[in-house]
Design a protein around this ligand. Structure first.
Ligand SMILES: [Zn+2]
Length: 168
């Protein structure tokens, strides 16, 4: 693989716990992908990941966010909205709000009320087509659980690591 900017050959590595790939394109920079192929330019340090089974990974991450204890953060709301394939405008209409309010939620400038937080999760659970996830979405925040922020690709499938202290 060649760097688009520098036109030189990139180095290949496999992401590990010590040197993970932080999946910032997802809008969730603390999401770490381990066990995947990553190409890195030795000059500009641009990294290009090869993410296998992307749809499955996104479904697992969405499920983790639906099950997440406490309130959703801005990037997490945006991830779930995109997972449900909704524009900010269409999404706002479903949650009885407007696009500018949704934008403030997604930029952590305003927190959605608890009802809107639940509705965001239910919308994502519907996209996931999981009744159990929809049920969990409606639980009180403290009755949900911490999601995995580290996902390992091993034996051709994604597995989430249990959360470490302070990462829930
Ligand atoms: Zn480069």
């Amino acid at each position: 693989m060649t760097c688009d900017l520098c036109h030189i050959a990139m180095d290949r590595r496999t992401s590990t716990l010590e040197e993970p790939y932080c999946y910032e394109e997802s809008g969730l920079p603390y999401l770490k992908l381990l066990g995947i192929e990553v190409w890195r330019c030795p000059q500009c340090e641009t990294e290009v990941p090869v993410i296998p089974r992307l749809t499955g990974l996104h479904a697992l991450v969405a499920r983790g966010l639906i099950y997440k204890a406490g309130q959703l953060m801005g990037g997490q709301i945006r991830f779930l909205r995109k997972f449900a394939r909704l524009s900010a405008k269409d999404f706002a209409a479903i949650v009885d709000s407007d696009a500018s309010t949704v934008s403030r939620w997604e930029h952590d400038e305003q927190q959605p009320n608890p009802q809107a937080d639940k509705l965001v999760r239910v919308i994502a659970a519907t996209a996931l087509d999981q009744k159990e996830a929809a049920r969990v979405a409606l639980l009180r925040g403290e009755d949900r659980r911490a999601p995995a922020w580290e996902w390992v690709f091993k034996n051709r499938r994604w597995t989430g690591s249990p959360p470490r202290a302070g990462t829930g």
